[in-house]
Design a protein around this ligand. Structure first.
Ligand code: SAH
Length: 393
C-alpha cells in the first residue's frame, strides 16, 4: 500500500460551520436560501428535480421545456456542469441556465489518497460552511462511492467518529448526488489510476444516518439510479442504504418499490449491549429492527447486510456469535464483520484476529453467510466510522 498523499485544494477553515454563507470559489452563482432558523438552505439544483419539474423550472425562466432535457444530458450523461461546453444551447442562455439550476453546492477543500490513488477521500464545504466527506474506492471489479447523507450525525454511536460531533444538518438531495457526480466525473475523465471507468456502486456509509434524512435520501437514490439523462444510471441493486435501525423508516422504505440493498448496523445481538453501542436501540430493540429488516428482505428479495464492528472484549464473545447466529440462521441475511477502526480518544480497539476468526467460524458453522469487510482508507481516516470532517490541517 502506498502512503497517504494529502492534496490541498484550498484553504481549510479552522472554525465550524458559518451561520452566514461565504462566497464560494468557482460557483456559477446560486444564492443559498435563508431559512427561518437563520441557517441557509442549499440552493435548488437540477439533481433535486425530476425531469418534469426541471422542465417547469426552465419554463419559469421563460425558456422552452426541452432546454431542461438538454441541460440534463450535459449534466447526467456527459457529466459536465461547465456552461461553456454546452454548445447546443444558445450562448446567452448557457450561463443563465447554469446559474439557475447548476449552482455550486460543494467545494472540495482537500483530497487525500492512498492505495496508489485508488482510494481517495474528499473533504467538502457546503455553501453554509457545513463540512462533509466522501470516499471513492476503486477495486479491480467495481468502483464504490461512499457518500454522506448528513453533515455530522445525531445517532451518537460511541465508537463512531461522526457520532461524536453530533448533527450539523441534513444534506439536500443534490448535495448527496453531487458527491457521486464528482466521483463519476473523475472516473470518466481517467483521473483515477486504472484508466477511465464508471462509478458502479454507491454506499450510504459516509457521515450521517440516511434514514433520518429520508426525503432527501430517497430523492438522491432516484437521481443516482434513474437512467441518464434523468439521473446517473447506476443500478439500484448496486446502491446500499445503511441504517442504525430506524424501524418506521425501514418499513417506509420497504414500500417504495426499490431494489436497493439495506444494511443494518447491528453490532450486538442483545439489547443490553446494543443500547450502549447504538443508542437508538433504546427506542427500537434488536427484535423490532430485525423484523423490519426481514420485511424488507421479503418485499425486495434482497439479502439484508448485517454490519458488525468487531470491538475487542466488548461484542466479540463466542456466546454473542452464537446468539447472532440464532437470530440470523435461515434468514435472507449476510453478515459483514468490520474490524473496528479506532477513533481518536476512544478506549476501544479492534478484536484480536484469532477472536474475530472464531466469531466468523461460529456464524459460518450455523450456515450464516459472513465476510470480513476490507478496511480501505484507514491511513487517510477514510474507513468506516472515521469520517469526522474536521478541517484538520
Ligand atoms: N448511520 C449509518 C451509516 C453510517 S456508517 C449506519 O449506522 O449504518 C457505516 C458503517 O460504519 C456502520 O455500520 C457503522 O456502524 C460503521 N462504523 C462506525 N464507526 C465505526 C468504526 N469506528 N469502526 C468500524 N465501523 C464503524
Amino acid at each position: 500500500m502506498a502512503g497517504a498523499v494529502p492534496i490541498e485544494l484550498g484553504p481549510v477553515p479552522e472554525r465550524g460551520p458559518d451561520p452566514a454563507p461565504d462566497p464560494v470559489p468557482g460557483a456559477h452563482g446560486g444564492p443559498s436560501v435563508p431559512s427561518r432558523g437563520g441557517r441557509a438552505r442549499p440552493p435548488r439544483h437540477l439533481s433535486d428535480l425530476d425531469p418534469a419539474s426541471r422542465r417547469t423550472a426552465v419554463q419559469e425562466l421563460g425558456e422552452p421545456g426541452f432546454r431542461a432535457d438538454q441541460l440534463s444530458r450535459h449534466y447526467f450523461a456527459r457529466l459536465t456542469d461547465d456552461p461553456e461546453e454546452m454548445t447546443d444551447l444558445p450562448a446567452n442562455l448557457r450561463g443563465r441556465l447554469a446559474e439557475a439550476l447548476l449552482p455550486s453546492l460543494l467545494t472540495a477543500l482537500r483530497e487525500q489518497q492512498c492505495d496508489g490513488g485508488t482510494t481517495r477521500k474528499t473533504l467538502w464545504r457546503a455553501v453554509d460552511g457545513a463540512l462533509v466527506e466522501s470516499v471513492l474506492m476503486r477495486y479491480p471489479d467495481r468502483v464504490t462511492m461512499c457518500v454522506s447523507s448528513q453533515a455530522g450525525c445525531g445517532m451518537a454511536c460511541p465508537f463512531c467518529a461522526t457520532g461524536q460531533a453530533g448533527l450539523t444538518r441534513n444534506l439536500s438531495a443534490a448535495e448527496i448526488v453531487t458527491q457521486v457526480f464528482a466521483g463519476a466525473r473523475a472516473m470518466a475523465r481517467g483521473q483515477v489510476p486504472g484508466g477511465p471507468g464508471r462509478v458502479s456502486n454507491v454506499v450510504f456509509m459516509g457521515m450521517g444516518e440516511p434514514l433520518a434524512n429520508y426525503a432527501s435520501v430517497l430523492t438522491a437514490v432516484r437521481r443516482i439510479t434513474d437512467p441518464a439523462p434523468a439521473g446517473l444510471g447506476i443500478s439500484q441493486r448496486a446502491v446500499t442504504v445503511s441504517t442504525v435501525g430506524l424501524v418506521p423508516a425501514i418499513t417506509r422504505l420497504t414500500g417504495e418499490g426499490l431494489s436497493v440493498r439495506l444494511a443494518v448496523s447491528l453490532h450486538a445481538p442483545d439489547d443490553e449491549l446494543r443500547d450502549d453501542l447504538v443508542p437508538v436501540n433504546r427506542r427500537w430493540k434488536v427484535a423490532e429492527v430485525l423484523d423490519a429488516a426481514w420485511g424488507y428482505a421479503a418485499a425486495t428479495g434482497r439479502r439484508v447486510s448485517i454490519e458488525y464492528a468487531m470491538i475487542r472484549d466488548i461484542n466479540d464473545h463466542a456466546w454473542r456469535a452464537d446468539l447472532l447466529a440464532s437470530l440470523l440462521a435461515g434468514r435472507l441475511a449476510h453478515v459483514n464483520l468490520i474490524p473496528l477502526n479506532p477513533t481518536p480518544g476512544s478506549r476501544w480497539t479492534a478484536s484480536d484476529p484469532d477472536v474475530a476468526a472464531e466469531f466468523l467460524d461460529r456464524l459460518a458453522f450455523r450456515g450464516v453467510p459472513v465476510t470480513v469487510r476490507d478496511t480501505r482508507g484507514t491511513q487517510i481516516d477514510g474507513a468506516c466510522g472515521q469520517l469526522a470532517a474536521t478541517a484538520r490541517a
